[in-house]
Design a binder for this molecule. Structure first.
Ligand code: ZN
Length: 278
């Protein structure tokens, strides 16, 4: 993978807040050119004829649209006014975005989520999906959580996922998945589907990374919330994954290892695929 601009990260810890913020990003980026569609019928030349073969290069996620939201953004901490502006997430007003957390050595959540999301994009595009990201780099600001949700909605995503890592007490460890609750709002109609997506992601993440269920939140790594704009405002099936606790030394070391991030990306891609194929 390309190197990430790691420069701004160290400062992040100074003002980092716990991850709880929503993420959903802005500028649509990284769109894969959908591989040219299937069979431009070859001339009816030879004898082999079967008309109902699937195209030779059919892929499991052909035709699926996935929106990946890498939580936070690398330059958020330098633009507090913009980031702290309050936005309406239906159940309350919240800051437009947050800085996210970091490991004790200064590896930021924003850099982590960006790297994992790009790895996921590559994997999912390889499986035929059209993938959209909610931000285009890790040196920008925002977008607001409202916009992050809107990107998934506008894309009519078959599934959307917001990638985060937590900043909890150092003794806590493990991952969890956050799903929306009914709030008498537009998200209500995708609460059931999001729950299925959440379980698929939970199972694939556990299997693929070996990380345990969170020891400090949720039940069996599942948590339901009505305070996250990225979920409340989604009209497509969507979950958040908190990949682990960046303040826990063991998990921090794993997150800083690119090979482990690849493992995470693969696990999350598998979870999405299992949901989409079900
Ligand atoms: Zn976060």
């Amino acid at each position: 993978m390309r190197a990430l601009p790691a420069t701004v990260l160290a400062v992040c810890g100074l003002i980092a807040s716990a991850c709880g913020g929503t993420g959903s990003g802005g500028a649509a980026a990284g769109q894969a050119a959908p591989a040219t569609t299937a069979a431009q019928a070859s001339p009816p030349s030879s004898s082999s004829s079967s008309a109902k073969q699937s195209p030779p290069d059919a892929k499991p996620l052909d035709g699926k649209v996935i929106v990946i939201d890498p939580g936070h953004n690398g330059a958020n901490y330098r633009h507090p006014a913009e980031i702290n502006r309050k936005v309406n997430v239906l159940t309350q007003w919240k800051p437009c975005d947050t800085t996210g957390t970091s490991t004790n050595s200064g590896y930021s959540e924003a850099a982590f989520t960006w790297d994992v999301s790009r790895r996921m994009t590559k994997i999912l595009e390889g499986r035929g999906a059209t993938v959209k990201l909610t931000r285009t780099s890790n040196n920008g600001v925002g977008p607001c959580i409202t916009e992050r949700a809107a990107i998934g909605n506008k894309a009519k995503a078959d599934a959307a996922i917001s990638v985060h890592a937590d900043g909890a007490a150092p003794s806590g460890h493990g991952f969890h998945v956050i799903m929306p609750k009914k709030i008498n709002g537009p998200v209500d109609k995708v609460v059931g589907a999001s729950s299925k997506l959440g379980v698929a992601v939970r199972d694939a993440y556990r299997k693929g990374t070996g990380l345990p269920y969170s020891t400090y939140i949720g039940k069996n790594a599942l948590n339901y919330r009505s305070d996250l704009g990225g979920l409340n405002l989604s009209t497509v099936p969507k979950v958040f994954v908190e990949c682990g606790n960046m303040r826990n030394a063991t998990e921090a070391a794993k997150f800083q290892d690119p090979r482990f991030r690849q493992k995470i990306a693969l696990a999350l891609a598998n979870g999405l695929q299992h949901y989409l194929e079900a």
